[in-house]
Structure formats: structure tokens, C-alpha cells
Design a protein around this ligand. Structure first.
Ligand code: DX5
Ligand code: ZN
Length: 230
């Protein structure tokens, strides 16, 4: 299940999508100081791109101690919950936009022993998340239109993150507020100020030679922003 690292408020989640797929095991060694490995599954249908599936998750799992945070950008997540749970997922996040019977899907994810997240795209209202609040462990606010790494952060998402944090506070539940897309050391402090506490970063981390140094810079800035929000 998802856990915060020792006495720190925030978690850093490098996105495998930006790693060198020709040497994934070695790449895992360069991000060992982070917290969750963000695994972007794309089916070429829900999003206009195809990435990787459960066999890659199984291949990576023995090469990292990071929690495996699976982000399903696929049209039919129900069909793949068991195989991702068996592949070592610690968290499985589905998209609200495709969740016909989303609450049943969230309940199934938890029956499989994983924590459960619900994600919404930049154009989807946070009001669609209200009924999930008593059940989810994580809310993922997409800060780019899903499908590709390396896109620019959408500025209007700051206010949306703040409203989502207020909604989580009102629920009284300890729900991770994760952001995903265009997150870097340039904007992470301000995003944390809005109440986010889990930060996905692909290109901002894997584009650097010294990834551990970048993770440390991002962690310090995020902690600073998060504390300002308390
Ligand atoms: C986009 C993915 C993101 C992406 C983030 O659809 O969900 O996780 O990999 O990549 P960057 O950090 O490069 O924007
Ligand atoms: Zn993602």
C-alpha cells in the first residue's frame, strides 16, 4: 500500500515513460532516492500513444525498491487489474473519464491488495471525483493532456489543484494529491503550495545526468512549498 517516506510530507515519482527503455534495470539505479516509480500504461486508444504493459512491469519490479505506481491511461482498465496486481503494482490509478462502474473498479483494485487512485484530465471537473472521496487512496490531477512526456505544464491547473486539496480536506480522509505532467524544479514549489504532495516527473528527471541531485532539488522545493501550505 502507499506510504509516505519517513517523516517527510511529499513523494517524488519518476515516470518510466521518460527512461531509456533499452536499459531499464540500469535506469532504476539512477533514481533510487525517489519514492514511487510512476508507470504510464497507454493503449493507443484512450490516449494517442502506446507505451508498455504488465510484462514490462514484471521485468522492472525486481530491479527497484520503489513502490510501483501504475497509471492506466487505457479504455478498459477492468480487464487489466489482476494482471497488473500480479506484476507487482502497489498502486493502480484509473481515469474517471472511462470508469463506467468506477466505484466497483476501485473496490476491485483494493480487493487485489493494491491502493487505488482516480485520475482526471485537465478538462474534467473535480466535481466528478466527489463520490470517490470515501474510497480512494489517491487523486491524480493531470497537468498536461495525457499521452506524452515532455509537454508544458498547464498553468490553469494551479487553481484546480487548490480546489481539489480543499475538497480532500473537507472529506477528512488522508488522500494523496498527485500531479502529473510538466512538473520540474521550476514549478514544483508552487504546485506544492497548492496542496499537492505526490509529484510525477519524467523528462525533468531522466533528462538530467545526475538524477539523484535533481530528485533532491525537487524534494527540497516541494517540502518548502508544502509547508507553506500547512
Ligand atoms: C503523460 C504521462 C505523464 C508523463 C509525465 O500522459 O501521464 O506521467 O510521463 O512526463 P513529463 O514529466 O515529462 O511531463
Ligand atoms: Zn502518468
Amino acid at each position: 500500500m502507499l506510504k509516505k517516506n519517513q517523516n517527510q510530507n511529499i513523494v517524488i515519482c519518476p515516470s518510466v515513460l521518460a527512461a531509456d527503455f533499452a536499459k531499464l534495470a540500469e535506469e532504476m539505479e539512477t533514481i533510487a532516492s525517489s519514492d514511487w516509480l510512476h508507470f504510464d500504461v497507454m493503449d493507443g486508444h484512450y490516449v494517442p500513444n502506446i507505451s508498455f504493459g504488465p510484462i514490462v512491469a514484471s521485468a522492472i519490479k525486481p530491479h527497484t525498491d520503489l513502490l510501483l505506481d501504475v497509471h492506466l491511461m487505457i479504455t478498459n482498465p477492468d480487464q487489466y487489474l489482476e494482471v497488473f496486481a500480479k506484476s507487482g503494482a502497489d498502486n493502480i490509478t484509473i481515469h474517471q473519464e472511462v470508469a463506467t462502474h468506477g466505484l466497483r473498479t476501485i473496490q476491485r483494485i483494493k480487493e487485489l491488495g493494491c491502493s487505488a487512485g482516480i485520475a482526471i484530465n485537465p478538462g474534467t471537473s473535480i466535481s466528478t471525483l466527489e463520490e470517490y472521496l470515501p474510497y480512494v487512496d489517491l487523486i491524480l490531477i493531470m497537468t498536461v493532456n495525457p499521452g506524452f512526456g515532455g509537454q508544458a505544464y498547464i498553468e490553469s491547473m494551479y487553481e484546480k489543484i487548490k480546489r481539489t486539496k480543499d475538497m480532500i480536506n473537507e472529506s477528512g480522509r488522508d488522500i494523496f494529491l498527485q500531479v502529473d505532467g510538466g512538473i520540474s524544479s521550476e514549478n514544483i514549489e508552487n504546485v506544492a503550495k497548492m496542496g499537492a504532495n505526490a509529484f510525477v516527473a519524467g523528462s525533468a528527471i531522466f533528462s538530467k545526468k545526475d538524477r539523484e541531485a535533481e530528485i533532491a532539488i525537487m524534494r527540497t522545493a516541494a517540502e518548502k512549498g508544502y509547508k507553506a501550505n500547512l
